[in-house]
Write a protein that binds this ligand. Structure first.
Ligand code: CA
Length: 615
């Protein structure tokens, strides 16, 4: 009945583009000429659009390859082949049903952005410094969008950690000077795609429409504006991608194209949150299936990427985002829970189109070998990942955290040992190193609110190999254990009018908080001009008596980093490091300006890290 009505209405709207677009939506909403991905699948969604549908397309350089329906008549999938010489314009797609009713869509084929690889899709490398934030919690630049009529989540209360707080991309735009002043060169936000869920919308990981930017964050206009502003400053944009799941209120779930779009279980079945079954030669099939096909949460249905239509939908969306929003880096959420064969296909499509784009996956796993399994590695295994880099959880859990927490000084052996396993990766410099994020306890809290631990941690972060990522607020020692996770997602002080404490102006910050922010600023800016820290090699020495010394170096510059995490001072005999100190006479502390002669031993105080530029 509903479908018959639709066709009656559709017939009236014959060839009237504006009306047809209100009724039928196309995904992707546009494409471009001159893309390597020239075999385009358009998914049409509209009441009854797939019923008895016949499709015709007439446009020079565009060939209709096939079209198919799925079990839900509200969808129709059309495959077009674009020839290399196709011109931009509007491609008329005509859909007729058996009763002679017709819908016409004029599908936009646009001209591509200029500057691929230089002004967008540039890649985020170890020469960059990433600032990671949650837009809802950083700064409210536009109170008018705090609540959007018609959206499911109408909460707005900064006193509640799970309600919306009103932060948005305009707020970030207001504070790009602050970020740049810290030496930050790349911005990564938790996802900005629409999350029209009833609650818990602060994190952004439950998409409800891939082709809409959340209006509470400012929508597509604000996102484009932010990308432009970053690029004008020589900064870069990282998008947070989620392929594994969608939000329960996604139209694809509410009006499911076909059962096989989701991983179906007889009753709700959660992932086991384990990485081991995916790589364990002794794993059972059911454990493996639970890892990959179990749902992340009841609110986040698990997409079946083995369905070719799902795979195409996701791949094209990734390409569409990079081209539309001028993205430079691509962070992939819940990487290990995806279909890994699909991930290789998807990564390849992005890298074929954008060879300089950086990809890094969230591989929250248990062990360096496990982590390397999900990245490009030197292992001779049946499954070869093509993912360039990962978020380096091992350097945190089995590295800097044990190092700073153990006041005997012995913890640095974990950090040293973890980095010695870098032989597994094709290029460990592509890994993203970090101290904390939106899912885990704040580093300062984890380290017992010990200021020396935070100073050492940040000094390590900005001098270690890989791409450093700072979670918002860690530069002013924000606290919180991630139990529950809302406690590590507090508002950035100064982001809202009337905030008593303001990290931007430093008003209301304690002396300790200011000193941490100053440390980040000094090291961040120093790093920006330091070839050794940005692209140099790493050489580390076996820790002795609680001291751990490593060098970052290239032909132009040598940086000596010395960490003493124990309570007692240690004697540093520089002659031990002759391999790297030869030709230099002194080391100058990047933070204090103090100078140490390399010709005699120096005393490194307890709970201290030096970053010395050799001269
Ligand atoms: Ca707002």
């Amino acid at each position: 009945m509903r479908n018959r009505l639709f066709w009656a209405v559709a017939a009236l709207l014959l060839c009237r583009l504006a009306s047809a677009q209100e009724t039928v939506k196309a995904y992707p909403s546009n494409w471009w000429v001159g893309m390597k991905h020239s075999s385009l699948q358009i998914m049409l969604h509209g009441a009854g659009i797939g019923e008895d549908a016949k499709v015709s397309v007439s446009y020079p350089g565009v060939q209709l390859v096939e079209f198919h329906r799925v079990s839900n008549p509200n969808y129709l999938f059309i495959r077009l082949q674009l020839t290399p010489n196709v011109r931009p314009g509007r491609v008329p797609i005509r859909i007729n049903n058996a009763r002679g009713a017709a819908v016409r869509l004029d599908y936009p084929l646009l001209t591509r952005r200029s500057g691929k690889g230089t002004s967008y899709a540039q890649g985020v490398t170890s020469a960059d410094f990433i600032y990671f934030l949650m837009p809802d919690r950083f700064s409210n630049g536009e109170p008018g969008n705090d609540r959007i009529p018609g959206m499911r989540d109408q909460s707005l209360n900064r006193d509640s950690m799970y309600f919306r707080h009103g932060g948005d991309m305009q707020g970030i735009l207001h504070h790009l000077d602050y970020l740049q002043g810290l030496g930050v060169t790349a911005l990564w936000m938790t996802p900005v795609l629409e999350n029209d869920m009833p609650d818990r919308t602060e994190h952004g990981y439950a998409f409800t429409d891939h082709y809409t930017i959340d209006p509470r964050l400012g929508g597509a206009d604000a996102y484009l504006h932010l990308a432009d502003a970053l690029h004008q400053r020589g900064m870069k944009l990282i998008q947070d991608a989620v392929y594994n799941h969608v939000g329960l209120y996604h139209f694809l779930v509410q009006d499911l194209p076909e059962r096989s779009w989701l991983h179906q279980w007889p009753q709700y079945t959660q992932t086991n949150y384990r990485d081991q079954p995916l790589l364990d030669p002794h794993a059972s099939a059911i454990d493996k299936k639970l890892s990959s096909d179990g749902w992340f949460t009841p609110q986040m249905p698990d997409l079946n990427q083995g369905n070719p239509d799902v795979a195409e939908f996701l791949i094209q969306h990734a390409l569409w985002c990079v081209e539309t929003f001028a993205v430079d880096g691509w962070r992939i959420d819940t990487y290990i829970y995806n279909d890994l064969a699909f991930m290789n296909r998807c990564n390849k499509a992005l890298l074929d189109e954008y060879p300089r784009l950086s990809l890094f996956g969230e591989a929250w796993v248990h062990g360096t070998a496990n982590q390397a399994y999900f990245a490009r590695n030197h292992l001779d295994l049946p499954y070869k990942s093509n993912l360039p880099g990962v978020v380096d959880f091992q350097c945190l859990f089995n590295g800097i955290l044990p190092a700073v927490k153990d006041t005997s000084g012995a913890g640095v052996n974990d950090l040293y040992g973890t980095l010695s396993n870098d032989f597994l990766y094709e290029d460990p410099a592509r890994n993203v190193v970090f101290l904390d994020n939106h899912d885990m306890s704040r580093f300062f809290s984890e380290a017992g609110e010990d200021w020396s631990a935070l100073r050492i941690g940040l000094s390590w972060l900005l001098t270690s190999r890989g791409i450093p990522q700072l979670y918002y607020g860690t530069e002013i020692a924000m606290k919180g254990f991630s139990n529950p996770d809302g406690l590590v997602r507090m508002d950035f002080p100064g982001g809202w009018p009337g905030d008593r404490k303001n990290a931007f102006s430093r008003e209301g910050l304690s002396a300790d908080e200011r000193s941490i922010q100053e440390l980040v600023r000094k090291l961040g800016l120093f790093r920006r001009g330091s070839s050794a820290l940005k692209t140099g090699k790493l050489m580390q020495y076996t820790p002795v008596g609680g001291s751990y010394v490593y060098f970052r170096y290239d032909e132009k510059q040598t940086i000596l980093c010395a960490m003493n995490t124990g309570n007692k001072p240690v004697r540093l005999d520089f002659s031990r490091y002759a391999e790297r100190t030869a030709g230099f006479r002194k080391g100058v502390d990047v933070l204090t300006g103090a100078s140490y002669s390399l010709e005699q031993p120096a005393e490194l105080p307890g709970r201290t890290m030096w970053v010395l530029e050799l001269q």
